[in-house]
Design a protein around this ligand. Structure first.
Ligand SMILES: Cc1cc2nc3c(=O)[nH]c(=O)nc-3n(C[C@H](O)[C@H](O)[C@H](O)COP(=O)(O)OP(=O)(O)OC[C@H]3O[C@@H](n4cnc5c(N)ncnc54)[C@H](O)[C@@H]3O)c2cc1C
Length: 590
C-alpha cells in the first residue's frame, strides 16, 4: 500500500527562507500571490494529493486503460473520472494559466509544487491535465486571437484536455522525418493526414473534448525542421460538434504508467487550423516542450519522494540483526534495519538528493516567474537565461536521480520491495519512462552542450557561473565555500575543454554531453545546499535548534562529503573526449 505525506515542512522552508518568494506580490500580475496565499494553496494541494489522487494509484496500475476498437474509445481506470472531476472543480487546471482566459495567474512555482504532489501520488493521472498546460502555453504565445478565444477557456478550465502529437513510427528524436501532411482547404482550414504514435492522452473518457496540437508538413515545405507547421485538431469541432476523423487506433502495452492512455492516433483528413505562421511549428512546440520538460523533472522528484517515505517507514519497522554498536532495541528480537550503516547509505542518498533536487526545481521555477513578470528587462533577461540553461538539466537530472532513488528505496525493502505489496516496484516501473519521453535524457544533454552553451556567445553559462561565484563573495564565511569553489573550478575547466575540443571535433562534445549535464546539476546543488546550510546555521545560532534545521545541516554535510565527490570523476570523463567511445569499428562491437 502506498503511503504519502506531502513534504510541507521542506516546501515551507524553501518558500519562506531560501527563495525570495516574499517579493512575488510586488511583481505586476502577482499581486494576489502573497506568501500566505501560496502556503494556503500548498496545504489544499497536499489534501488533494493524499485524499483524492493517491487512492487511484494502485487501481490504475492494476486495471490500466481499456480500448474499444468499435468506438475507438478509451476507458480510464476506476476512480480516474471522479478524481479528474474533483481536480477540475477545485480549479487546479488553471492555477497558473492566464487570467484573461479564466486562469488564476498564480506563479509557475506553485504549479511546480502541485505537480510534484500529483506525481508523487499518481503519475499516470497527472499526465492527463499535465499536457494541457503546455498546450495552453503554446496557443497563448503563438495562436491568433480567434483560435485563442475558441480553445483556451475550456483548456484552462480543464473541461477539455490537450495533447502533443509529434512522434511517428519513423521519427522520435529526429522530427525532420515527419510524414504527416496538411492540405490547405478552400475554407481556410487544413486536412491533416498521418499516423502519430505514443500520444499521451490521445483518447480517454475524462473530458468531452480533446484538443490535439499536431506537427505536420504543408505541400512543398522544406525537408528539415524548418518545414514543420503546427495545427490544432480538436476531437470535436467546437461550434458544430462534428466528430473529426482523428481516431485512436489502439493503446500501447507498457512497462509502467498503465493508467495513462498512450495512443496510436490516426488522422484521416481531420480538420485542422494552422497555429501562427507556416513552418514555425518546431519553434512553437518548444514553448510547449520546455514547460513539459520541467514538469517531467517534477515527475522524477515526485516518485522519488514517495519511494523515500515508504523506505524510511520500512527501515523503522523491519527488525533484522543487531546494530554493530550492540543492541539498540534490546526488548525486541532484533534492531530496526535503520541502525545499519549500509541502510543509512541508501536512505541518505535519497533524502539528500531529493531535498537538493526540490530546491533546484523551485529555484528554476522562481526564475521562470521572474522572467515573465519582472518589470525590469535586465532582470527578465537574467532569469530567462537561467531557465533556458537549466531546463534540460532539471528534466534529465531529476528523472535520472528520481529513478536511481526509487531503486535505492526498493533495495532498502529487500524482498518486500520486489513484491507488489509495498507499491515500490510500481514506482520504479512508472519512473522509468520519465528518462525517455519529452526528449531522452541524452538529447537533453545534447541540447545543453550543443545549443544552450553557445547561445548569445556563451552568455548563459557565464552568467550562471558568475551568479554562483558571487555567493562566495557575499558569504565568504560559509562552511562549504571551498567545496563550492572546487566544483565551480571543475565546471569552468570542463566548459573551457568543451569550447576548445568540442569546436574542433563535435564528436568530443557529443561524448562529453551527459557527464557535463550532471556536472552542471551538481554545481547547482552545491550552491543550493551551501545556501540551505547557511540559513539553517543562522537559525540554530538564533536559538532554533529544531530537528528540521539540524537535519538540514547534517544533510548538507553528507552532500559535500559524499554526494559531490562525483564532480571530479565527471571532469575526468569529459576530458577523456570521444577516444575510447568511438575507438571500436562497428564489427568489433559484436
Ligand atoms: C509512454 C510514452 C509516452 C509518450 N508520449 C508522447 C506524446 O504525448 N507525444 C509525442 O509526440 N511523443 C510521445 N512519446 C514519444 C517520446 O517522446 C519518444 O519516445 C522520445 O522522444 C524518443 O524517441 P524514440 O523513442 O523514437 O527514440 P529514438 O529517437 O529512436 O532514440 C533511440 C536512442 O538513440 C538516442 N539518440 C537518437 N538520436 C540521437 C542523437 N542525435 N544524438 C545522441 N543520441 C541520439 C536516444 O537518446 C535514444 O537513447 C511518448 C513515448 C512513450 C514511451
Amino acid at each position: 500500500m502506498l503511503r504519502y505525506q506531502a513534504p510541507v515542512k521542506d516546501i515551507h522552508f524553501l518558500l519562506n527562507e531560501v527563495l525570495p518568494v516574499k517579493n512575488y506580490a510586488n511583481l505586476p500580475g502577482f499581486e494576489e500571490a502573497t506568501l500566505d496565499t501560496l502556503l494556503a494553496v500548498v496545504e489544499e494541494a497536499s489534501k488533494l494529493a493524499s485524499e483524492v489522487i493517491l487512492p487511484t494509484n494502485a487501481v490504475g496500475d492494476q486495471e490500466g486503460c481499456q480500448y474499444d476498437p468499435a468506438s475507438h474509445g478509451v476507458t480510464t481506470p476506476t476512480g480516474f473520472r471522479a478524481a479528474y472531476r474533483a481536480y477540475v472543480e477545485g480549479g487546479w487546471p488553471g492555477m497558473s494559466a492566464p487570467v484573461e482566459y479564466g486562469g488564476q495567474g498564480l506563479p509557475h512555482l506553485l504549479k511546480f509544487i502541485v505537480d510534484e504532489m500529483v506525481c508523487s501520488t499518481n503519475l499516470s493521472f497527472g499526465m492527463y491535465p499535465g499536457l494541457s498546460h503546455g498546450a495552453v502555453a503554446a496557443l497563448y504565445h503563438h495562436a491568433d486571437e480567434a483560435l485563442k478565444a475558441r480553445f483556451l477557456p475550456k483548456l484552462v478550465s480543464g473541461e477539455w484536455t490537450g495533447t502533443m502529437c509529434l512522434t511517428e513510427p519513423q521519427c522520435g528524436t529526429d522530427l525532420r522525418l515527419i510524414r504527416t501532411r496538411a492540405e490547405p482547404q478552400a475554407d481556410g482550414t487544413y486536412a491533416i493526414t498521418g499516423t502519430k504514435i505514443w500520444i499521451t492522452g490521445g483518447e480517454h473518457d475524462l473530458t468531452e473534448n480533446i484538443v490535439h496540437l499536431v506537427l505536420a508538413k504543408l505541400p512543398g515545405a522544406p525537408e528539415s525542421t524548418k518545414g514543420i507547421s503546427m495545427f490544432i485538431v480538436p476531437k470535436f469541432v467546437p461550434e458544430t460538434g462534428e466528430r473529426n476523423p482523428a481516431f485512436c487506433g489502439g493503446l500501447e502495452h507498457k512497462m509502467g504508467i498503465k493508467g495513462s492512455a498512450t495512443c496510436v492516433m490516426n488522422f484521416e483528413g481531420a480538420k485542422g487550423w494552422l497555429v501562427g505562421e507556416a513552418n514555425e511549428g518546431m519553434r512553437y512546440m518548444f514553448t510547449m516542450m520546455n514547460g513539459a520538460r520541467l514538469m517531467v523533472g517534477m515527475q522524477g522528484l515526485g516518485l522519488a519522494e514517495t519511494a523515500y517515505q515508504i523506505s524510511l517507514a520500512f527501515a523503522q519497522e523491519r527488525l533484522q540483526s543487531r546494530s554493530l554498536r550492540g543492541p539498540q532495541s534490546p526488548d525486541k528480537p532484533a534492531d530496526p534495519i535503520l541502525v545499519h550503516p549500509d541502510v543509512r547509505r541508501m536512505l541518505l542518498r535519497q533524502k539528500v538528493f531529493n531535498e537538493g533536487n526540490r530546491a533546484l526545481a523551485y529555484w528554476v521555477a522562481f526564475h521562470l516567474d521572474n522572467a515573465h513578470a519582472n518589470p525590469d528587462p535586465a532582470e527578465r533577461e537574467a532569469s530567462d537565461d537561467l531557465v533556458q540553461l537549466m531546463t534540460p538539466v532539471v528534466k534529465a537530472f531529476l528523472t535520472d536521480e528520481g529513478y536511481a532513488n526509487a531503486n535505492w528505496a526498493q533495495q532498502v525493502l529487500g524482498g518486500s520491495g520486489f513484491t507488489v505489496d509495498w507499491g515500490i516496484e510500481q514506482l520504479v516501473r512508472d519512473g522509468r519512462i520519465a528518462r525517455i519521453y519529452e526528449g531522452t535524457n541524452g538529447i537533453q544533454a545534447m541540447d545543453l552542450v550543443g545549443r544552450k552553451l553557445s547561445l548569445h556567445g556563451g552568455r548563459l553559462i557565464r552568467r550562471y557561473m558568475g551568479l554562483l561565484r558571487d555567493t562566495l563573495t557575499r558569504h565568504p564565511e560559509q562552511t562549504y565555500a571551498a567545496s563550492l569553489k572546487g566544483v565551480l573550478d571543475n565546471l569552468q575547466t570542463a566548459t573551457g575543454w568543451l569550447a576548445s575540443h568540442g569546436m574542433k571535433d563535435s564528436e568530443n562534445a557529443g561524448a562529453a554531453a551527459s557527464p557535463y549535464l550532471r556536472l552542471v546539476a551538481l554545481s547547482a546543488l552545491a550552491y543550493l545546499w551551501a545556501e540551505m546550510d547557511r540559513i539553517a546555521a543562522e537559525r540554530i545560532a538564533a536559538g532554533e535548534a529544531t530537528p528540521f534545521y539540524t537535519s538540514k545541516r547534517k544533510s548538507a554535510a553528507y552532500f559535500f562529503e559524499r554526494g559531490l565527490q562525483e564532480a571530479s570523476m565527471l571532469l575526468a570523463d569529459i576530458e577523456s573526449g570521444k577516444g575510447t567511445l568511438m575507438a571500436h569499428e562497428e564489427a568489433e562491437l559484436a
